[in-house]
Ligand binder design. Structure first.
Ligand SMILES: [Zn+2]
Ligand SMILES: [Zn+2]
Length: 215
């Protein structure tokens, strides 16, 4: 459905929601940008639901974090105590090329638990990965960065996509899921404009082929 100004109902709703998030009707978490993070060694995609993070205990460490276990990484060795606090952590490496990328917080320490916690326990060191902001293609000439306000939380996934315990379920469960309809495309800019897949709020997969602006 297209309105008089040429914008579809989906797009008009998106713009209103975006203005609400930007206009203070949201938290700092809501306004954080969603990143695609790739391995710096082999450029395979590690996760499309990452956030730029800074350690509260050491602000010089630049990280990207995610909340869901990425099926693109495996554990390296055993766990050990983090150098900045008493968290127990375990290194994670790329399943394709073996590069050590960061760590998983196995057991958060009391100091970290007492701080505001966003539930992101998978950390990629920015020196080991390549990160790209994800954008929402609003129209051919307008785009917004994808905020975490538009990402579905792990407890509101629902649906048949995330049931089961096989490899397929594992692959699906760490995919980006958004509170947007499938008609709204998502993309990254580097190294060239590339559309990315995400589960949408109508339980479809968004992809460029669903884009309807060329009509
Ligand atoms: Zn800690
Ligand atoms: Zn790799």
């Amino acid at each position: 459905m297209t309105s008089r100004n040429g914008l579809s109902t989906d797009v008009r709703r998106l713009i209103i929601e975006y203005q609400r998030v930007n206009g203070g009707g949201s938290t700092e978490y809501d306004r954080k940008i969603v990143y695609r993070v790739e391995c710096n060694g082999c450029y395979s995609v590690l996760s499309d639901r990452c956030m730029r993070a800074v350690l509260l205990s050491d602000r010089t460490v630049d990280l990207y974090s995610t909340d869901l276990f990425p099926n693109s990484v495996g554990f390296v060795n055993g766990d050990y105590s983090a150098s900045y606090c008493a968290c127990r952590v375990r290194d994670i490496g790329c399943l394709v090329c073996g590069k050590v990328l960061g760590y998983h917080v196995n057991l958060p320490c009391k100091t970290c638990l007492a701080q505001e916690n966003n539930g992101h326990y998978w950390m990629f060191r920015s020196s080991e990965v390549r990160a790209q902001a994800i954008f929402i293609e609003v129209t051919e000439t307008m785009d917004f960065p994808l905020y975490w306000a538009f990402v579905r939380a792990t407890d509101n996934y629902g649906g048949e996509f995330f049931e089961g315990d096989g490899t397929y379920a594992a692959k699906l469960s760490c995919k980006l899921a958004v509170k947007l309809p499938a008609s709204i495309p998502l993309f990254v800019r580097e190294p060239r404009q590339l559309y990315i897949e995400a589960y949408t709020n109508d339980n479809k997969i968004s992809h460029y082929q669903f884009a309807n602006y060329s009509r």
